[in-house]
Design a protein around this ligand. Structure first.
Ligand code: AAT
Length: 281
């Protein structure tokens, strides 16, 4: 038995998960948060912020494919993409699978996350040195205000909104700035938490996005790395519909490998169970 364990507490501090650590690679308290990167016997390499799993090798592909490809396949020709947060690079990796993309800006508040990812998380950070990528270390809620009518796609890959800087990426004012930074056929996707332990945040994020955007649809996926194993995102646009404007052939003919997302998941992820429909009514 391995006695060096990682305990991850849910927000109420009365439940959580644990797993063994086989090797610690990096630990540091930065200006913004505590970063830990370590290997585990079961889940591969884990990247945690303030004691919460952000990504792990075994199943990060689910999160990153769902946040990126659902909106990417609806936009006809996404050229300019902004990723807010997402410092491990997983979302940028997925965005760059689309050959139409000319420029990706990743605005990650904590430069030390980017640095650590480049060094210790090669599987997610593999495209961060791509010449199409521009890395910015700024608060996304301030950075976004510099742009009007510029991005085809904005992806909000942020930490939980409970406290600290992460909260800035869940306000209606921030979503409004995103709307203004998008072109007329622009699309946004955002991570919007889970329907159990963060259900109020999920509902609020969805409602706020619905107030600002012409269309907003919540979608769902299975995600073992975040308790309780199911996760949601929101697709929001100035008109494009994630089902009516979907062309399954584009996904079928896609020339890059995808491990979770496919043309059937694209449609089915928008089918919500009754308890979630009730929550966001
Ligand atoms: N794909 C990585 C998964 C993450 S990491 C989210 C990132 O958002 C963190 O690196 C954090 O430093 C960054 N971040 C937080 N606030 C801001 C901000 N205001 N501006 C820019 N970047 C920010 C997210 C996983 C979801 C967690 C689910 N439990």
């Amino acid at each position: 038995m391995n006695h060096i364990n990682f305990f991850e507490y849910n927000p109420n501090d009365t439940s959580g998960v644990f797993f063994s650590i086989s090797n610690i690679l990096f630990s540091k308290q930065t200006k913004y948060q505590r970063i830990d990167i370590f290997d585990t016997p079961e889940f591969g390499r884990v990247f945690a912020l303030d004691g919460l799993t952000m990504t792990r090798e075994m199943d990060e592909f689910i999160y990153h494919e769902m946040i990126a490809h659902v909106p990417m396949f609806i936009h006809e020709n996404p050229k300019k993409v902004l990723v807010i947060g997402g410092g491990d690079g997983g979302t940028v990796r997925e965005v760059l699978k689309h050959s139409s993309v000319e420029e990706v800006i990743m605005c990650e508040i904590d430069a030390e996350v980017i640095e650590a990812a480049k060094k210790y998380l090669p599987l997610t950070s593999c495209e961060l040195d791509n010449p199409k990528v521009k890395l910015v270390s700024e608060d996304g809620s301030k950075f976004i205000k510099k742009y009007k009518n510029y991005f085809d796609l904005i992806i909000i890959d942020s930490t939980d909104p409970t406290e600290g800087e992460g909260g800035l990426l869940f306000t209606e004012d921030f979503y409004k700035s995103c709307f203004e930074a998008l072109t007329d056929d622009g699309i946004l996707s955002a991570e919007t938490e889970d329907p159990f332990i963060h259900k109020d945040w999920m509902r609020d994020a969805y409602k706020r996005l619905s107030n600002i955007f012409v269309k907003a649809r919540l979608y769902m996926g299975y995600l073992p790395m975040y308790p309780p194993g199911v996760w949601t995102w929101v697709f929001a646009s100035k008109g494009k519909d994630p089902i009516m404007d979907f062309e399954p052939e584009k996904v079928k003919n896609f020339d890059k490998p995808l491990k979770y997302y496919n043309e059937e998941i694209h449609v089915s992820c928008f089918s919500l169970p009754n308890f979630i429909k009730d929550m966001i009514k």
